[in-house]
Ligand binder design. Structure first.
Ligand SMILES: [Zn+2]
Ligand SMILES: [Zn+2]
Length: 307
């Protein structure tokens, strides 16, 4: 079994799916955000400003900054309804139509009668968006909250802004629990950059597509044809004959994770290939792979279904 990111034709494009600008509470104008990401070697970004009334429900029009070597996906961070802790939902929606209908979400606090989080997420997915459960740990998201967001394609497993600003970057705990319940989910790493602190260029996705064009990238995201990273690269991933075969940039550790406590690690010097026998992980209905380089930077494969 070879996950779609490695079996399909095309090449990998580097993108950040979660970014803010002066259209909401970010520090930089949209043009400067695009310029900086492009200058840092990104192939595309999604500007995802806060979709609330006090900012005029922005779906940032980044089309003017598309050109030969750089493209953008339209998107927003959606907010409506309360999570179990009473705070407002944060939901990432990439690939929204520019005229996505406003919510009744005046500010950063839930109000009576507005759409629930699951409802606005479903509306975004129906409108064509790739939907991710944003920063679960930062939000204080419960497992019940996560279960309720049935429209989600993905979990934001690593959020760099949340790592820098609150040391609460994690989404893997919620992701792994949902995977073990049988949910089909992928995982993304993002910046959630506001440029108000060193919250940028720390986590991104590498998306396999035949061209660096919004429609191709969006379809590849929905198909799970990508991996998430802070730097290390996956070159190949296969599950064959009871083993996981990985080809990658030079790393210090390759770790396979599955349901519950199942995990299997290989450590070494400048590893560019690893073959890991599915011992404990063999009984898991899914697995995923983490790479860790000498600097501690990680890359994460999407989950692979075994059963
Ligand atoms: Zn947020
Ligand atoms: Zn955000």
């Amino acid at each position: 079994m070879r996950p779609t990111a490695f079996s399909r034709p095309g090449r990998f494009y580097r993108g950040n799916l979660h970014t803010h600008s002066t259209l909401s509470d970010g520090a930089l104008e949209p043009a400067e955000v695009c310029r900086r990401y492009r200058a840092e070697g990104y192939d595309f970004i999604a500007l995802t400003d806060h979709f609330i009334g006090s900012y005029g429900y922005p779906v940032a029009d980044t089309r003017p900054w598309r050109d030969e070597g750089f493209t953008t996906l339209l998107g927003a961070e959606l907010h409506s309804g309360a999570m179990e802790n009473g705070e407002l939902w944060h939901i990432l929606a990439v690939g929204l139509p520019a005229d996505f209908a406003p919510a009744d979400a005046p500010g950063f606090h839930p109000v009576e009668g507005q759409e629930t989080g699951p409802e606005i997420a479903a509306r975004a997915r129906a409108a064509g968006a790739f939907v991710a459960i944003a920063h679960p740990q930062w939000s204080g998201l419960t497992l019940a909250d996560a279960r309720s967001l049935e429209a989600a394609h993905a979990v934001e497993a690593y959020n760099h802004g949340c790592a820098i600003g609150s040391d609460r970057a994690d989404g893997f705990h919620v992701l792994d629990l949902l995977l073990s319940e049988g949910r089909e989910l992928t995982l993304v790493a993002t910046d959630d950059a506001h440029f108000t602190e060193p919250d940028h260029f720390g986590g991104w996705v590498m998306v396999k597509a035949e061209e660096n064009a919004p429609e191709a990238l969006l379809q590849a995201l929905k198909d799970g044809a990508f991996y998430a990273t802070q730097g290390p690269a996956f070159h190949d991933l296969r599950v064959e004959d009871g083993r996981v075969h990985v080809a990658c940039s030079a790393v210090a550790s390759v770790i396979v994770q599955g349901r519950g406590s199942a995990a299997q690690a290989v450590h070494g010097e400048s590893l560019t290939r690893a073959e890991i026998a599915l011992t404990r992980v063999a009984r898991s209905p899914w697995l995923r792979v983490t790479l860790i380089d000498r600097a501690g930077r990680r890359a994460w494969s999407n989950p692979v279904r075994l059963a």
